[in-house]
Ligand binder design. Structure first.
Ligand code: SF4
Length: 233
């Protein structure tokens, strides 16, 4: 049973980055209870970010997968998308091991954190716009920890849009595209947002995203860190 698990955020309703008992989205709160009834050992709560709390590199995914993060309580852990993601993070030095299929497996991220635009499992992996908006304050609070010079990677268009909105930028000013790089400046800091197609089973099975394409995005991020004089990991 996925009970004991590493967590970087306080498990309290007061933390603006994560509320384990959040019910802002009635549909999702009801759905996670339905899934819990059918899968008593599953996490079935909002899934908090995972990784280095002071990371300068934050990956933004979409939402927990039914039998992945929703089961284990750790982003991308136990689902197909995590296979390519953790293998890639390890290849570029952001993870201490190439696999992250189960909580308690020793996986640790260096200078990297993984968050989701939507913290609760959505039916058919499709959150409604209002649910993305409901969850935005948690992402805003999480991304607020990024200092100037920080880097984000959005996995998919929904994550791209959610990250921009969470930071107060207009989506229409930054078009999503695989491999795209966006410079985001506001009064207090300069951040860079990279885009990739989501490393989902559908995208990799259809060839929309290959391992080489995914690695190329991470190579660009590593090169950005190097060119800006920052240690990547
Ligand atoms: S998706 Fe986000 S806002 Fe909606 S219930 Fe879950 S934690 Fe709350």
């Amino acid at each position: 049973m996925p009970v004991a698990r590493p967590r970087i955020l306080p498990d309290t309703p007061q933390d603006p980055r994560y509320d384990p008992s959040c019910t802002r989205c009635a549909r999702l709160a009801e759905f996670r209870e339905l899934v819990r009834a059918e899968n008593p050992g599953y996490w079935c709560k909002p899934v908090p970010p995972f990784g280095d709390p002071s990371a300068r590199f934050v990956i933004v995914g979409l939402a927990p997968g039914m039998h992945g993060a929703n089961a284990t309580g750790r982003p991308f852990t136990g689902d197909y998308a995590g296979i390519l993601l953790f293998e890639t993070l390890h290849a570029f030095g952001w993870a201490n091991q190439p696999r992250g299929a189960a909580v308690g497996d020793g996986l640790a991220l260096r200078n990297c954190r993984i968050s989701n635009a939507v913290k609760c499992l959505p039916p058919q992996n499709k959150p409604l716009p209002v649910e993305i908006a409901n969850c935005a304050s948690y992402l805003t609070a999480d991304l607020a920890t990024l200092e100037s010079g920080g880097v984000m990677l959005a996995l998919g268009r929904i994550a791209h849009d959610a990250a921009l909105r969470a930071l107060g930028f207009k989506v229409r000013d930054f078009a999503f595209g695989h491999g795209a790089r966006h410079e985001l400046r506001d009064a207090s800091r300069e951040l860079v947002l990279f885009d990739s197609y989501h490393c989902s089973r559908y995208n990799t099975n259809t060839g929309r995203l290959t391992r080489e394409m995914f690695h190329a995005v991470f190579a660009s991020i590593a090169a950005h860190f190097a060119s800006s004089g920052q240690a990547a990991a």
